[in-house]
Design a protein around this ligand. Structure first.
Ligand code: ADP
Length: 692
């Protein structure tokens, strides 16, 4: 609330009779008593005013009190309106007026002291929305100002000298000046700064940002005032102004410091404090947000650059195709991938006519548009060809995402990755595989044909040799008979080889035929031993059959192929044995449903380093072993393939110089699912009791 009220204007009677002419100046009476000074007082807080009790208050009365104390004067105050006060001063009805700015006109009428009591200036006030930055802005307007104040004089002077066109609205009090503006009776109001600051909170007005008429304020004295008195005022003023502890500074501090400004309601102070805090916090947040935005922008730019670099390195790019406008945008990665500069403009026609490979354009377009028509969210991966700027064909793998709005496809986003190298190497591998398969087929075909063609003459050779052996009687001598037996041995060896090759090629071509039957292991092994017995005798190797007697072991397998495997293992055990060596045959059921047949020998064994080559076709690990019936290195590989094709397995253990033990597992019960798909199987025919 403003500390003074308008009601105080009614209180001057307490001090001196209102309107009554004050006594004559004391020095004029020259009574020798303490001089009495009559001072005019009017409402211009905080500089000078009558407080709520009607007592003089403000800076000037306090300074004057200090002065009069020093000088020994008694001061009485005479309330008057400003203009009236000046008239009274001129007439010598009062002796001094505080708070007066000298003007040439006033200097002609009054006396002024020399040391200013206060420096002062004014502001222009206007209603919110009207901004005054200079006097030209007031042109054509009504300017309220305290009648006969320095501001009034200055305004009138400026209007005259500078030809400004504003109208002056004189007021009786500063308060009225602001009231006139707020009520619209005037457009602008000029009020002294200290008073304006005190009053403006009571009005919704805006203060100009420029200072009007900075001036210094003095005591004005009646023209008849002795100069000595005025000089004394100045002396005391000067002394007080050089002493920071003086009453002058106390008064200045009390009335003119911000603390003296009219008190505002607490809520206004709190609200403005809170608003300031909010503003401050808001400003802080704005600064923080700006900084954060800058950081995020920088981070986004960095990750964009990284993405571009990553796309270039990975040879990937992305594109968007707006289906509503047909606008196409390409990422820098895609432009780079296809050899275009960063700024190149890409449109749909260019994509379809220049960039897509002519053979792929139509189907790729259909692929995307059909996907969009059927509501597909993603498409791909799909491979098609693009042409780079220099015309080179590039295979890309594309993945597409389609965006929809209200069920309508609106945007296609896709990525393209260069897979040219991959496609080319895949094609090369495919070509090589096809060539290899072709060569393998040709080889198998050749082997099968040749073996078949070899078997007929071989059989003839063996057959005629046997006939000669049987029918020669005494017509051939011993050495001729021996040569016939060589023909027979070599012929059989060759026939075995040819048969093995034929079997191998039929396994390779997937045409091996398996006839499953009940096979008695003991019986089969007995037949095989009989077949290799001559060979064993020649090599002085004994063969021991150690299979368990009693209940026969029956396998569901191909008897002929089983025999082929056993003969192969037995003949190897004899061939790679030593003079007086031994071959032992034995077997056992395994826990997983197989019968394992062992063929062990006390022969030369296989060096550890060569054991991994045992099953390689046409590989002989003892090429210099001059053993009878040395083969071509396909017996074991064929035996193992046969065992596998019958659902079994074949393996060995060997110690160089100690001997070897080969074993063959065959399933006790036939399980067609365990057999390879290429094997054609004749199932055993069973009677109603399940017997084969
Ligand atoms: P081959 O017709 O030469 O006997 P195989 O495929 O049957 O061919 O055997 C391959 C090679 O494994 C043989 O050349 C031989 O060096 C070695 N080998 C096979 N069985 C035995 C064995 N019981 N003892 C020592 N070496 C063997």
């Amino acid at each position: 609330m403003i500390r003074f009220s308008l009601g105080i204007f009614l209180l001057p009677f307490l001090l001196a009779g209102a309107g009554a002419v004050p006594e004559a100046a004391p020095w004029q009476e020259a009574s020798g008593e303490q001089p009495g000074l009559r001072a005019g007082i009017y409402q211009n807080p905080p500089k000078i005013f009558l407080d709520e009790e009607g007592a003089p208050a403000g800076l000037f009365p306090e300074v004057l009190a200090a002065l009069s104390k020093k000088a020994g004067w008694a001061v009485t105050y005479h309330p008057c309106a400003w203009a009236d006060c000046l008239v009274m001063l001129e007439a010598g009805e009062i002796d001094l007026m505080p708070d007066v700015a000298p003007t040439p006109a006033r200097e002609a009428l009054f006396k002024f002291n020399q040391v200013p009591v206060l420096r002062s200036w004014s502001y222009v006030y206007s209603r919110p929305g009207t901004v005054v930055q200079n006097f030209e802005d007031m042109a054509g307007g009504r300017v309220a100002v305290l009648k006969d104040s320095v501001q009034h004089g200055k305004l009138a002077e400026m209007r005259k000298e500078q030809g400004l066109s504003f109208e002056i609205v004189p007021t009786a009090r500063h308060n009225e000046t602001l009231e006139a503006v707020a009520a619209g009776r005037a457009d602008f109001g000029i009020v002294n700064q200290s008073l304006g600051e005190a009053l403006q909170n009571g009005f919704d007005l805006t203060r100009s940002q420029f200072v009007f008429q900075p001036t210094a304020l003095y005591f004005a004295f009646a023209p008849g005032t002795p100069d000595g008195l005025i000089a004394e005022v100045d002396r005391h003023m000067a002394a007080m102004k050089t002493d920071p502890q003086s009453a002058y500074f106390t008064a200045l501090e009390k009335w003119m410091s911000p603390a003296r400004e009219p008190a505002l309601p607490a809520w206004v102070i709190w609200a403005s404090g809170a608003a300031s805090l909010l503003l401050l916090a808001g400003a802080g947040i704005v600064v923080l947000l700006r900084r954060r935005v800058a950081q995020v922008t920088q981070a986004v730019r960095l990750s964009e650059e990284k993405l571009i670099r990553a796309q270039i390195i990975a040879r990937v790019g992305d594109f968007t195709w707006d289906l509503r406008t047909n606008g196409v945008t390409w990422s820098e990665g895609l432009l780079h991938l296809l050899g275009y500069e960063s700024e190149t403009e890409i449109d749909l026609d260019k994509v379809l006519e220049e960039i897509h490979h002519p053979d792929d354009t139509e189907w790729v377009l259909n692929w995307i548009l059909e996907g969009a028509a059927t509501g597909a969210r993603t498409l791909g991966p799909e491979t098609y060809r693009l042409r780079s700027k220099d015309g080179a064909v590039m295979f890309v793998e594309a993945n597409i995402v389609i965006e929809y709005e209200d069920g309508r496809a609106v945007k296609v986003f896709g990525t393209c990755q260069d897979i040219t190298r991959q496609v080319k190497s895949e094609r090369a591998i495919l070509r090589a595989k096809q060539n290899a398969e072709e060569a393998s087929r040709a080889k198998s075909q050749f082997l099968a044909t040749m073996s078949h063609e070899l078997r007929t003459p071989l059989n003839a050779i063996i057959g005629f040799a046997e006939v000669m052996q049987m029918t020669a009687g005494g017509s051939l001598n011993a050495s001729q008979m021996e040569r016939i037996s060589y023909i027979l041995t070599a012929g059989e060896q060759l026939l075995n080889l040819v048969n093995d090759i034929l079997d191998l090629s039929s396994i390779e071509s997937g045409h091996l035929r398996i006839s499953v039957e009940k096979v008695d292991v003991g019986e089969t092994v007995g037949e095989c031993i009989a077949q290799v017995s001559q060979m064993a005798e020649r090599g002085k190797v004994t063969i021991e059959d150690r299979l368990p007697g009693g209940m026969p072991v029956l396998l569901e397998t191909d008897g002929q192929r089983f025999k082929q495997i056993i003969i192969n293992l037995l003949s190897n055990a004899v061939k790679y044995n030593v003079d007086g060596g031994r071959v032992r045959i034995y077997g056992e059921r395994t826990s997983d449903g197989f019968f394992r047949l062992f063929v062990s020998d006390t022969g030369i064994g296989i060096p550890k380093a060569k054991q991994n080559q045992v099953f390689e076709t046409f590989t002989r690990l003892h090429p210099d072993a001059m053993v009878a019936g040395g083969g071509a290195g396909i017996g074991l590989s064929l035996a193992r393939l046969l065992a596998q094709k019958m659902g079994g397995r074949l393996g060995f253990e060997s110690e160089e110089g100690q001997g070897s033990t080969f074993w063959c597992d065959l399933p006790l019960e036939f399980d067609p699912d365990a057999l390879s798909r290429e094997v054609e199987v004749d199932r055993p025919v069973r009677d109603v009791n399940g017997n084969a």
